[in-house]
Design a binder for this molecule. Sequence first.
Ligand code: ASP
Length: 482
Amino acid sequence: MARPDKGGIALHWQIMIGLGAGLMAGVLVNWLWTDATWLRLGVGDPDAWMASKESADNVSAGFGAQAARFVANLNEFVGALFIRSLRFIAVPIVLFSLIEGASSLNDLKKLSRIGGKTMGIYIGTTAVSISVGLFFANLVRPGTMVSTDVRDRLAGQGAEAAGEKIAAAQAPDVWSTFLNIVPTNPFGALAEGNMLQVVFFALAVGISLTLVAEEKANVVIHAASAMTDVIIKLVHVIMLVAPYAVFALIAKVIAQLGADVLLALAAYAAVVVAGLATMVFVVYPTALRVLTPVRYRRFFRAIAPAQLLAFSSSSSSATLPVTMECAEERLGISEEVAAFALPLGATINMDGTALYQGVAALFIAQLYGIDLDVGQQLTIVLTATLASIGTAGVPGVGLIMLVIVLQSVGMPQEVMAGGIAIIFGVDRILDMCRTACNVTGDCMVASYVAASEDALLSEEDVEARLQQMAQTGLDEHPLEEG
Ligand code: ASP
């Protein structure tokens, strides 16, 4: 078996091809699935086809329908299997690599310095990110570009979904978020996959290892190190199917996308995307340029697989194993920094989500002719920062937490319900974009922390290591060597 990008096309290009092909397939299916097209093609019962968009089980049309349903199910299966596989290794990779990493942090002062820096910059970049979003939303005023008719029609269409989101929203309690970092049962934390608690457990074990006799500590450190290598190999194996999985994930999302809604909300979506692009392509690279030796090309080449996967899966948590692999192996961030900063980032650092919440809040206010003054916009900065800390790295949670942001500026219930119903139609596609931004932000902060702690390899050293790994990758089993 070959390493994902050994020889041939580099992994990120393979994923990009999967993404492009998935996009085209999704657009095609979306088009084929419309009523008029099926009538024109004379295939099956258009009503059944429309229903099948919601539930593939309803289709009883002819062979074409059966085949299409099979492909849709297969796509769904492959996408879900891929995400499950990534989730499957997320806890072990964080646990083992952080135990190993923290065991070299024999200096508690260093640990608190790294922790403080990481948290501080995470919160700082999130506040900058919302401000960028608010700037664009104030400049373009996308909410004024939707007619009242379209607004009310979309609000009606999405009313049910909006009700569910509003019911699911819970105000973030930052104190209990922090208190919950300490697990009452570390094995329970592992079993539930509570990432912050796993980080705490691994850190506690790693640090304690520096305080016990060396021969005992070495047993655990060697075992953790070996397990980390094993899990990283698993990441490589899983990534072999990434291009196809990305195809499947994207095709499914695009096939279900309402093109008419997208068109009606084009200005809003464009503002969110412009804000996210500013963060990803301007703010982060500039910060890296000023604060670290990492340059544009090196950064994006290293983390592209994680960004593409975040985009396709809409989940920073599911992407975490790949983000860690990219940061450590391709970017050269040391294990102790990557294994600490990235799981933390995947759980609490959501720059893209916060930006999106800022734009969405302003958009909804503009839609309903409500003026949000500077004080209210500052409240948005504050609540969206806190809300993003409490947002889990899974698809769609950003929209639920938006309810909290809207409540903080006193948005009336019916405006909130209408607004959420309206933006719900384009939420998935924006979720993909904001998740890619979230993961990029995590990598930027990890790079900064690593550079400031002298825990970042030079570009040449990374290149040399990758070359060496390409030669001794998954191809040969160690037992067969020599
Ligand atoms: N899907 C986002 C993430 O996983 C969270 C959100 O904005 O909904 O980072």
